[in-house]
Design a protein around this ligand. Structure first.
Ligand SMILES: NC(=O)c1ccc[n+]([C@@H]2O[C@H](COP(=O)([O-])OP(=O)(O)OC[C@H]3O[C@@H](n4cnc5c(N)ncnc54)[C@H](OP(=O)(O)O)[C@@H]3O)[C@@H](O)[C@H]2O)c1
Length: 322
């Protein structure tokens, strides 16, 4: 099979296309013929050598969609459409950047759909993250006000659409005023231009503050996001777009106002519900959710795809179709 192998930590060019044997099936694992996969920021960090315990060479890819080729447990028939996500995929064992991947049965999710593979490839990790952050971490409710920090990211764009289907008022941020229209077209009620602090603009717009914040930039803007919440408001840190993992200082009694709440979301396959995934795919087929796919690459273009992601050129999800 053809596989994109990250040979060592470094620049995008450390990923090399190689001919490798198709993985041999073993009990408890499912062999998938990969048809597409989404690209994720965490894969960029892994490639750069920032994922503890990941050893190179490694076939990366924390998610994929495709067809079951072989399942010794006979849970799935050959040809069943499936998604696979997380569980160490592309980190502790080889992942989706290949024509075939062998993954544990428990991270395989069956679905039915006639959507193109490039569309399906954009879904699993993005959906798991957005659904888990909004429903499980933030417990978002109809009528609430939601600030999405890092609104132009693919996670931010989908979060906005899902929040709008729930009857939520959405305020999205970007650092780039050229992207304001894209955010409004995606459903955002208000757009704030983020220069590292948005609390003043936010309080002018909504003096009482918002009920919930989806923080995708991370520690760089977290304190400012905590200032944006109303009493008993919640901030969920799901992303780290600002590439800063640790805060230099944090004073809980001060940086969080009285009764304010801070949580994080670090999704796993176990956070994804099989029925919710099928419902979500159906919502796309029905035209109720419009996915923002920025660009589709082939496996041969994987280095270019990583360069594109690292250059922050995307206004939506990047997908590789095989
Ligand atoms: N917790 C989880 O389970 C989970 C799962 C998946 C992803 N994530 C995280 O969610 C975040 C979003 O992922 P994604 O794949 O949707 O990202 P993405 O689409 O690649 O995001 C691109 C956007 O990020 C913004 N950005 C880039 N660098 C930035 C910086 N230094 N400061 C502020 N904004 C910056 C840019 O927005 P503007 O130029 O418009 O400002 C850019 O348009 C990532 O941090 C990712 O690691 C978490």
């Amino acid at each position: 099979m053809k596989a994109a192998v990250t040979t060592r930590a470094g620049e995008p060019s450390v990923i090399e296309l190689q001919e490798l044997p198709i993985p041999e099936v073993k009990p408890g694992w499912v062999l998938i013929k990969v048809r597409a996969f989404g690209l994720n920021r965490s894969e960029l960090f892994t490639r750069q050598g920032d994922s503890p315990n990941v050893k190179f060479p490694r076939i990366q890819g924390i998610e994929c969609v495709g067809l079951v080729e072989d399942d010794p447990s006979i849970t799935f028939k050959k040809g069943q459409k499936v998604a696979a996500i997380m569980g160490g995929m592309g980190r502790f064992f080889n992942g989706g950047y290949a024509e075939y991947t062998l993954v544990p049965l428990e991270i395989v999710f069956p679905f039915q759909s006639n959507l193109p593979w490039s569309t399906l490839g954009s879904i699993p990790e993005m959906f798991q993250t957005v659904s888990g952050s909004l429903n499980q971490a933030l417990e978002l409710k109809t009528g609430e006000l939601l600030l999405i920090r890092g609104g132009t990211s693919s996670i931010g764009m989908l979060a906005c659409q899902l929040a709008k289907t729930m009857g939520v008022v959405v305020i999205s941020t970007t650092r780039n005023s050229n992207k304001e229209k894209a955010l409004k077209d995606n459903g955002a009620d208000y757009v704030l231009i983020d220069d590292g602090s948005v609390v003043q603009q936010l309080r002018e717009l909504i003096p009482q503050g918002v009920h919930k914040v989806l923080e995708l930039i991370g520690t760089r803007t977290l304190k400012d996001s905590l200032k944006c919440i109303a009493q008993k408001g919640v901030v969920c840190m799901t992303g780290i777009l600002g590439s800063e993992w640790t805060m230099k200082s944090f004073t809980p009694m001060g940086d969080i106002h009285s009764l304010g709440r801070l949580t994080v979301y670090m999704g796993e396959a176990g956070n994804m519900n099989k029925n919710l995934l099928q419902d979500f795919i159906q919502a796309i087929e029905d035209g109720n959710i419009k996915l923002n796919i920025d660009k589709i690459f082939s496996l041969d273009q994987i280095v270019e795809a990583h360069q594109y992601m690292e250059g922050n050129h995307a206004k939506g999800k990047l997908v590789v179709e095989i």
